[in-house]
Design a protein around this ligand. Structure first.
Ligand SMILES: O=C(O)CCC(=O)C(=O)O
Ligand SMILES: [Fe+2]
Length: 308
């Protein structure tokens, strides 16, 4: 523990009240369990082992979980900070399909894009996430970004240039679900901050498609719930960090039951700087667009030819 950490710690001790209500005064080393996850020493024995396990699991099935990434003593604060911002989510049930393409598109009879779902989750956009909150500080911290880049084996990693979708809180209220889909981003970083009492499980089908092959028959089987395809159910607890490659793995959050909403923070990064969502997608997700979205329209570049 460095001298600057000690200084900050003593400041926190002398103002115990603040510690109960905000994580702002705490340095990153005190938010993240740095004994298990030494973000400032990734070449040391523990750090290297953490990174190599993450890489191994990502290569094998596109997903890895780092349990208790946030110190257990701060998990209550994490939950409260996010529950306080949850009412700022944009609520609007939309009819969607796995590819996020128009549901009335003129598709062949057996195309999985014909299966429609109600997307009942809601996002708190980045401009409504307090800058001092734990999730916001984690998202912007250089050590955290370097750690994520190492795990995904990326030479570069940037916060999205998008003022709304870079960092969001995903809110799934009781009775709602975040239905089967593929992500536009190749990799996603997320953290459960409040579990549902029942249901609300993250389920995924590792590498069910690739950049070359959509594999429609397998996707169709999963949507129809007919079994036969490997669907994994991920046990997650608040404060666990999840790294996921969602472009090739079909995934969903199953319907939430009980009286509590499920909350998860989604930290979106890109390999290239300045990535901004399209006007139509942004309006769909957040109910509004900002001047940055309008200015970027038409400049989008895609790395593959997959649907969505
Ligand atoms: O909230 C989650 O755990 C998953 C969210 C997700 O799949 C997404 O936002 O694309
Ligand atoms: Fe997703």
């Amino acid at each position: 523990m460095g001298a600057s950490t000690l200084l900050l710690l003593s400041r926190v001790e002398s103002s115990g009240e603040d510690l109960m209500s905000t994580s702002e005064a705490l340095p990153l080393e005190d938010l993240v369990d740095s004994d298990r996850y030494p973000l400032s020493d990734l070449d040391g024995e523990t750090g290297a082992a953490v990174v190599s396990r993450a890489r191994r699991e990502l290569a094998a099935d596109g997903c890895t979980v780092l349990p208790d990434f946030i110190r257990p003593s701060l998990q209550g604060l994490l939950q409260r900070e996010c529950a306080a911002m949850a009412p700022r989510a944009h609520f609007d049930v939309a009819t969607v399909n796995v590819y996020n393409m128009a549901v009335d598109a003129d598709l062949p009879e057996d195309h999985p894009g014909r299966t429609a779902f109600e997307r009942g989750n809601a996002f708190v956009p980045r401009d409504r996430v307090p800058a001092g909150s734990l999730i916001s500080r984690l998202y912007s911290h250089a050590l955290f970004q370097q750690f994520v880049a190492r795990c995904f084996e990326l030479g570069e990693l940037h916060e999205l240039g998008d003022p709304l979708s870079g960092l969001v809180l995903n809110v799934v209220e009781p009775g709602m679900e975040h239905p089967w889909h593929f992500d536009t981003n190749e990799f996603t970083v997320s953290m459960l901050t409040q579990a549902a009492e029942d249901g609300g499980v993250f389920e995924y089908c590792p590498n069910i498609r690739s950049a070359e092959e959509e594999n429609f028959p397998a996707v169709r089987n999963v949507l129809a719930g007919e079994g036969g395809e490997p669907v994994r159910r991920l046990p997650l607890r608040p404060g666990d960090l999840q790294l996921f490659k969602g472009r090739y793995s079909l995934h969903r959050v199953s319907p939430v039951r009980g009286s509590l909403a499920r909350h998860s923070a989604i930290f979106a990064y890109s390999e290239r700087p300045g990535v901004i969502g399209s006007v139509s997608r942004t309006r769909q997700l957040f109910g509004r667009v900002l001047p940055e979205h309008l200015a970027a329209e038409g400049r989008a570049v895609r790395g593959d030819r997959l649907l969505d």
